[in-house]
Every structure is written in structure tokens, then in C-alpha cells.
Design a protein around this ligand. Structure first.
Ligand code: PLP
Length: 724
């Protein structure tokens, strides 16, 4: 302790108490190597373990967490560093230490003290909140989803500081439930004894925070305070409360507490193994401040090290094992896995199998009869009884009073904008993560698109960013003419907060539900929440008329006017008279006949696509680095396309490598939409937020999702994905 009092900065990871805990857990001996020269001091805590296959030899590691060397001065003279290094080498060799591995502290400058001794490797970023900033500045850095979760949960989630650690057993159970949920490696299961030990040794340094929901502990975390740094150690959430994101409120509570006790930093750490994984992205939502987490590896006795690695390799070979990772240090300690010959690892795929499309049309039995009827009545175009019937049946299915059948979804967006009074120069807000057809009609009318990023929770328009944009527009005295909200890949956007924000400024919402026919939001079909909804019957949609669209609304005048404009705006006169410029946007009677047949099998199509999703999830869900588009709890998706993201580091291949491998086997898969703000034609447009959509574009893939896919075909797709 005396030594640590003299250093510029240390953390609890450097304390003797924490080393005692780790000595017991790792069955190792803690040693503090300290070097003094005049006023200068450098200290390095390590844990020595004996190397079983080479009697009498040891190697050194660091405690779980961020340790590494600490020094008495911010800048240490080069000569003192050299002398420290020489003394350290000598001391380690005296104790027959072959190699040293230590995790370094992201907030303490340490690498200068080690330069020239082995290698420091940057592993990944960590995140901290700078508590020297005002509370407001700190909170301004919160991602909108985090802010929204906090606002929503205030009241229902109550966080408490538990200085007596009465909830410690509960904490262990929550932590282990979390580790099981994320399939964590065995090394993350520390056992209850470890936590009791930690609480006993660290006493006043260690703080247990618990988030309670209705009298039950929903989330809990262990935090330490040492030398002005609050550090998140370990924590987790109960499965049953995941939807409430109690951890978010817990972190916010700890941040406020850390401010109150005068800490200068709240260090969250990073992702699992310092990867930029979902845990990292979640933590990154609390602050923009990043640090580098690095490790230090040093072979002190190279010849012995080489000999040991060779012995280990031979022993592995005899047992049919191989190292699980090429990165592990020291190599001879690397966990092993059974050696799999390359031949067995590849999956044989027959070349002659038919092409698998992303989302091909799937006709039912009624369509042909209905089309025959159109032919038999010689009423194939324009309009006709099938158009009227299709509109009525479609409106009844959605539970909306009025619908106009049109030639395409794009035409429906265009008419909606025209009917809402879009004028040249007007702005229209639109989701950025979508197909170009959502925004193109804004430009047809001379309007200016303004794009909004997605929220991570659903990939749909982020309601908080929308509210921010509308507030900013109001301040500038220039409100948009409309907001186009896309229900992406078959899942509804979160309409309550979206409509709240729009109602405040009386801005109408157009729902682009082209991809989401049959999906629901809070029990009602999507497309019925806003001023009007649009649908597409393009060949790749969940039901198709080969090409077509529908505009729906509660407002009879709006739909009537849409029909008028869609038929070249013909005035009621016996001759051809036009006092408005119109369009040729109506659906033909033949296509409406197909649409009526398709509508009858929509329920089956949704069920088939849901089955696709479930089979993909069962086969790919456990693969490291693969995540599925999250399903929102507020409604039912129609599962139009099954979409995944691929973390190349965890999965071992990029999204593009997977897509290309599928294409090589005649399987069509597509990257997630390129965000519109990145499209050359929209490059000049304003965008609020961007990172969520950009990340999804970089790693997202739409898998084949047709409703006629067989189990064998789905398995074929999965086999190729897994073999990439
Ligand atoms: C989100 C979205 N909006 C609009 C459209 C345009 O529909 P259509 O192709 O029927 O014009 C599509 C699909 O094509 C779409 O996916």
C-alpha cells in the first residue's frame, strides 16, 4: 500500500487485497515488483504460476481486469525506465519466470514503461464517461435510445446502492444467468466463493448496485471506486426483464453517484474480449470517450519458452488436439480443441441444385381462376370489378375504411406526397435505411429529403432523432411537409413516439409499409396508424400482383382524390377535360384479380416466412458473430425477409464473403439496404444520426426468405453460411 500511495494513479486492480482474491482463484502467488531510484518509483504487480510440464519454472500473468505497471511521475526519465527493466528481468529470471502476460490499464499511461520489453498489443477500445464535464454534457453524449430507455423506465425500474451487499447472492445468480444467456466461456463463471471473497477484501471499495422491478432484482452490477475512477467490474440482467433494459438505468444511477462522490471518470470497460461486439456498442451509447485496451506479452527466457512450446505441440499431436487460437499467450498454455482434418470440415454441396432466390413470387390456387374470370368477362383493363373487390377486401383485411389500388408502391408514395400538398422546396423527412423508392417521389415533386437514422432496437426510424429533427425544424421556422416512416423488412416502426412527435407540430405521417403487409403494431395492422399507408405488390413482396401498390387512409376525400389523380386527373365531363396534371397510376383488373387470390393466402405466407426465420435462428443463432434483426415486442412482424448481421472477427468471415460464397452456390442473398444518405443521388441531403444504418449496411445480410422454401433449401443456405 505504501508503494501505491506514491504513484500518480492506480486502480483497485493494483491493490494487495484484490491480488489476494486472485491468488486464491488462480492458485497463483502475487508479487509486487517495485523499483526505486531517488524520488522515482515504478511498480508492477504480477501473479506467478508454476508451469506444470517444466518443473521448477513459472510464468507470470495479471489479475482479471486492468493492471500493469504504475509510476511515481507522469514522465519518467528514460534512464530510470531502462534500469527498472533490467532489474525486472533479473528479478524474474531469479524466480525462473519464462514469460509475462499482463492486461494493461486503458486509463493509465503504461506502455512507455514497457517499451523494448516484448510487445504491447492494442486489443480493442473501452469507454468511459468524463465526470469532469457537467452533468448535462455527460448526458448529451448518451445515444438517443439510451436516453429514451431511461426516460421510459424511470419509475418502473428503481435502482439502489447496496452497501451491505445483501443482494450479493442474488447478484451471483443474475450474473450467472447472464453468462449462460450469452454463451460465455467457462472462465467467466467465477463461482459464489469468489464474489464473497471480493466483497470481504474490497469492502468499502466495492459497491453493489441493484435495479429493482416490482420488488424483484432485475439487474445488478459490481462497481469499484479507487483513486477517482469508478470502474464497472461485473454485472448482468435477468432474462425475464431484458425488455425493460434495467441495466441502462443502473448505469445512469452509478454515473450520478460517481459524480456525487467526486470521481473524475466512470470506466465502463469494453466488449467481451475487448471486441467491438454488441456489448461494446451498448456501452458506447453512454459516452463518446474511447480508450485503448492493450495487453503486454514478454518472453523473458526465450530458449525455455521455445522448448516448452515444442513439448506442448508434440503432446497435442499425440492426443489429436490443436490450439484453439493462434493468438494465445503464452502459446504453451493455449486451450486445445480436437484436431479436425480439413476434409471433414468442408461440407459437400451438390452443384446441380436449383437456384435459390431471395424472395420469389409464390402463387396460390385461386389466382388463376380469378384471372380466368377477368379474361372471360373480357375485362382485363382498365379498372373493373376485381379492382373494386381487391380494394374492399384489402381495406377490410387491414381494418381501414378506404384503399386505392395503384400501379406500384412508388406511385402510392408519390400520390400521398402530392395529396399532402408537397411543393417544390418543401422538406420531407424519411427513414434513411430503406429502398430508394421511399424517397424518390419527394424529388419528383421538387421536395428536399431529410434523412433519419435507425434505432438499434428495431432497425426502424429512431423516434428520438425524429423528435430532435422536428424540434430543430420548428426552431428554424421550417417544418417538413410530411414524414415518411418505413416499416423495414416486415417489422413495424415504433409509432407511438413517432406520432407524438409529429402531432406536436401537426406534420402528417406517411407509412411506407411496402414490405410489412400483415405486420402489426400494438394489435393493429401497420399502414393504419398514420395519415395514410402505402403497400407494394412488387414481385419480391410477401404477396404480389407482379407489380402494383395500394394507398390506404381513413380519409375518404384523400383516397377519392388519389383515384382521380391516378386516372390522369380526368374532370367529370363527356369529353376529355383536364384542369390538373394527373398520372397513369391505376391498377389493371387482371392484376387486381391476382391480388385478390394472393390476399387469401397472405396468412399462410406470413406463417411460412416466420418458419424460415425460426429455422435460420435454430441453425445459425448459436454461431459466434451472427445476430438476427431484433424483434420488437410491440407488434408482430410479417417476417418478409430474415436479416442477419455478421461480426467478421467473431464469425471468421465478412458479410461480403458470406454473400459471395452463397452466390457461388447459386443462392441469392443481398446486403441490407444502403442508407439513402450514402446514395450519390441523395449525398447533398441532410441526415440526423447515421451510424446505426451505416453499421447495419456494412455487416447486414438478407437471407433467402421466400415462402416456398423447403427445409432442405434452408439447410443448404445455412450449411454454406457456416462453412464460409
Ligand atoms: C420500403 C419500400 N418502399 C417502396 C417500395 C416501392 O414499391 P414498388 O416497387 O411497388 O414501386 C419498395 C419496394 O419495391 C420498398 O421496399
Amino acid at each position: 500500500m505504501e508503494t501505491l500511495r506514491r504513484v500518480v494513479q492506480h486502480d483497485f486492480y493494483h491493490l494487495p487485497q484484490y491480488h489476494r482474491v486472485e491468488e486464491r482463484r488462480l492458485k497463483a502467488a502475487a508479487l509486487l515488483f517495485s523499483y526505486c531510484e531517488g524520488d522515482y518509483l515504478i511498480a508492477l504487480p504480477l501473479l506467478l504460476r508454476s508451469v506444470e510440464i517444466l518443473l521448477g519454472w513459472n510464468d507470470a500473468t495479471s489479475v482479471y481486469g486492468y493492471a500493469g505497471p504504475v509510476a511515481s511521475h507522469k514522465r519518467m526519465p528514460e534512464s530510470v525506465i531502462r534500469n527498472f527493466q533490467a532489474a525486472l528481468r533479473e528479478a524474474l529470471l531469479e524466480r525462473r519466470v519464462i514469460a509475462v502476460f499482463s492486461r494493461l490499464h486503458p486509463l493509465i499511461p503504461q506502455q512507455d514503461l514497457l517499451s523494448g520489453l516484448g510487445e504491447c498489443r492494442t486489443i480493442g477500445p473501452t469507454i468511459s464517461v468524463d465526470l469532469t464535464q457537467s452533468l448535462q454534457k455527460q448526458r448529451e453524449q448518451y445515444r438517443s435510445t439510451i436516453r429514451r430507455q431511461i426516460n421510459k423506465r424511470q419509475g418502473s425500474v428503481v435502482c439502489l446502492n447496496d452497501p451491505e451487499k445483501r443482494y450479493l447472492t442474488e447478484f451471483v445468480s443474475i450474473y450467472e444467468e447472464t453468462m449462460r444467456r450469452v454463451n460465455a466461456a467457462d472462465t467467466y463463471f467465477f463461482g459464489e466463493d469468489y464474489f464473497n471473497d471480493l466483497a470481504r477484501e474490497l469492502r468499502s471499495i466495492l459497491h453493489l448496485f441493484v435495479a429493482m422491478v416490482g420488488g424483484k432484482a432485475a439487474a445488478a452490477g459490481l462497481f469499484t471506486i479507487c483513486d477517482g475512477v469508478v470502474q464497472y467490474h461485473l454485472g448482468g440482467m435477468r432474462n425475464e426483464f431484458l425488455k425493460l433494459s434495467p441495466m441502462t438505468l443502473l448505469f445512469d444511477t452509478v454515473r450520478l453517484w460517481a459524480n456525487k462522490i467526486g470521481a473524475h471518470a466512470f470506466h465502463f470497460g469494453g466488449g467481451v474480449g475487448a471486441k467491438e461486439d454488441s456489448l461494446f456498442h451498448y456501452k458506447a451509447g453512454f459516452s463518446d470517450r474511447r480508450h485503448d485496451f492493450a495487453t503486454w506479452r514478454w518472453v523473458v527466457a526465450p530458449e525455455t519458452y521455445r522448448e516448452l512450446c515444442e513439448r506442448q505441440a508434440q503432446s497435442n499431436q499425440l492426443q489429436g488436439l490443436e490450439p484453439a487460437s493462434a493468438e494465445y499467450f503464452p502459446t504453451y498454455r493455449c486451450p486445445t480443441v480436437p484436431h479436425v482434418p480439413a476434409k471433414l470440415a468442408t461440407i459437400e454441396i451438390k452443384k446441380s441444385e436449383p437456384r435459390i432466390y431471395l424472395s420469389p413470387p409464390h402463387l396460390g390456387e385461386a389466382e388463376l381462376e380469378l384471372v380466368k374470370d377477368a379474361f372471360a368477362s373480357n375485362w382485363i383493363a382498365p379498372l373493373g370489378p376485381h379492382v373494386d373487390a381487391f380494394e374492399q377486401e384489402f381495406a377490410a383485411y387491414l381494418g381501414v375504411p378506404h384503399a386505392a389500388a395503384l400501379s406500384s408502391g412508388t406511385a402510392a408514395v408519390h400520390l400521398a406526397l402530392r395529396l399532402l400538398g408537397l411543393r417544390p422546396g418543401d422538406e420531407v423527412i424519411c427513414s434513411t435505411l430503406t429502398f430508394a423508392a421511399s424517397a424518390n417521389p419527394i424529388v419528383y415533386e421538387g421536395g428536399a429529403p431529410v434523412f433519419i437514422d435507425s434505432e438499434e432496437a428495431t432497425w426502424n426510424m429512431d423516434p428520438t432523432l425524429l423528435a430532435e429533427e422536428l424540434n430543430a425544424c420548428a426552431v428554424n421556422g421550417r417544418l417538413p411537409r410530411a414524414v415518411i416512416v418505413v416499416d423495414l423488412y416486415g417489422q413495424s416502426a415504433d409509432y407511438e413516439p413517432i406520432l407524438d412527435a409529429c402531432v406536436r407540430y401537426d406534420v402528417p405521417v406517411i407509412q411506407d409499409s411496402a414490405e410489412a403487409l400483415g405486420a402489426t403494431y400494438k394489435g393493429r395492422k401497420v399502414g393504419t396508424q398514420g395519415r395514410c399507408g402505402i403497400f407494394s405488390f412488387n414481385g419480391n413482396k410477401i404477396i404480389t400482383t407482379s407489380g402494383g401498390g395500394m394507398l390506404v387512409s381513413d380519409d375518404p376525400a384523400l383516397i377519392e382524390r388519389a383515384r382521380f389523380l391516378a386516372m390522369q386527373a380526368r374532370d367529370p365531363a363527356p369529353h376529355y377535360q383536364h384542369s390538373t396534371i394527373g398520372f397513369n397510376y391505376r391498377m389493371s383488373n387482371v392484376l387486381a384479380a391476382i391480388g385478390r387470390g394472393q390476399l387469401r393466402v397472405l396468412g399462410e405466407r406470413i406463417a411460412s416466412r416466420r418458419r424460415n426465420f425460426e429455422r435460420y435462428k435454430a441453425m445459425l443463432g448459436a454461431a459466434p458473430g451472427i445476430e438476427f434483426m431484433p424483434l420488437a415486442s410491440y407488434g408482430e412482424a410479417n417476417f418478409w425477409l430474415t436479416c442477419i448481421t455478421i461480426d467478421p472477427e467473431k464469425f471468421g468471415a465478412t458479410r461480403e464473403e458470406v454473400r459471395i460464397a452463397l452466390a457461388a452456390h447459386d443462392i441469392e442473398a443481398r446486403p441490407i439496404w444502403k442508407p439513402l444518405h450514402l446514395q450519390p443521388v441523395f449525398a447533398h441531403c441532410r441526415v440526423r444520426g447515421a451510424s446505426v444504418a451505416e453499421t447495419l449496411f456494412s455487416c447486414g445480410l438478407c437471407l433467402p426468405s421466400g415462402s416456398s422454401l423447403t427445409d432442405a433449401e434452408l439447410d443448404r443456405v445455412c450449411a454454406i453460411v457456416l462453412a464460409t
